[in-house]
Design a binder for this molecule. Structure first.
Ligand code: SAH
Length: 210
């Protein structure tokens, strides 16, 4: 169920859905997604679907991870990337293979601890984690060439815009339970250019930490 053939089928599916970056496809092919979910769900880990990870949260669908990563990294090298919403750590792990350093913030401590354990097992050494409300970003390491948000705020948090480097790009789902869309925000000097992409369905960005 977690064999290379099952993984290859996922890659074919991502290509059929329009993912073109060979780099991104190759990292997803190699990444053991079954280690990022509960053992009971491991047999479904290479389906193109979101799965529960406890605490009412989900590991993102592989297509969405591929799409957001592809958009984030298109047109430019990105040395340091901030992620809001570590969750299982799957998106974080994919990014860690493609950029120099990933900084990831999560508000639910047990999820963060599990993710940390997985990064250790997989020897992913370029990831730094912080337990906090990611609406405030992570100022210490700012500015970031890339910011990726894996939970949906109703509006783009101002602090995240401030922590985006000139020339940097943010990929973020925005909206409420009535509807969300994926947005790409490019910082050009001190102005922000926003593009609205497809409708998406993410868990909400919540304030505070637990
Ligand atoms: N990329 C993750 C997605 C997990 S779901 C994965 O593929 O597993 C989104 C995550 O965002 C959840 O773990 C949730 O706890 C977290 N989250 C929600 N609001 C947040 C906030 N304000 N700050 C940090 N993390 C937040």
């Amino acid at each position: 169920m977690t064999s290379q053939r099952t993984r290859d089928r996922l890659i074919t599916r991502l290509q059929e859905r329009g993912i073109k970056s060979l780099e991104v496809l190759s990292v997803i092919r190699e990444m053991p997604r079954h280690l990022f979910v509960d053992e009971a769900l491991a047999s479904r880990a290479y389906e193109d679907t979101a799965l529960p990870i406890g605490h009412s949260q989900t590991i993102s669908q592989p297509y969405i991870v591929a799409k957001m990563t592809e958009i984030l990294l298109a047109d430019s090298q990105r040395a340091n990337v901030l992620e809001v919403g570590t969750g299982s750590g799957y998106q974080t792990a994919v990014l860690s293979k493609l950029v120099e350093r990933v900084f990831s913030v999560e508000r639910i401590a047990p999820l963060q601890n599990q993710a940390r354990e997985r990064f250790y097992q997989l020897k992913l050494n370029n990831i730094k984690l912080k337990h906090s409300d990611g609406s405030w970003g992570w100022e210490w390491y700012a500015p970031y060439d890339g910011i990726i948000v894996t939970c949906a705020p109703e509006q783009v948090p101002l602090e995240l815009l401030k922590q985006l480097a000139p020339g940097g790009r943010m990929v973020i789902p925005v909206g409420s339970n009535k509807g969300q869309s994926l947005r790409v925000i490019d910082r050009v000097g001190d102005t922000f250019e926003e593009t609205e992409l497809d409708p998406v369905s993410f868990v909400p960005l919540l304030s505070g930490q637990i």
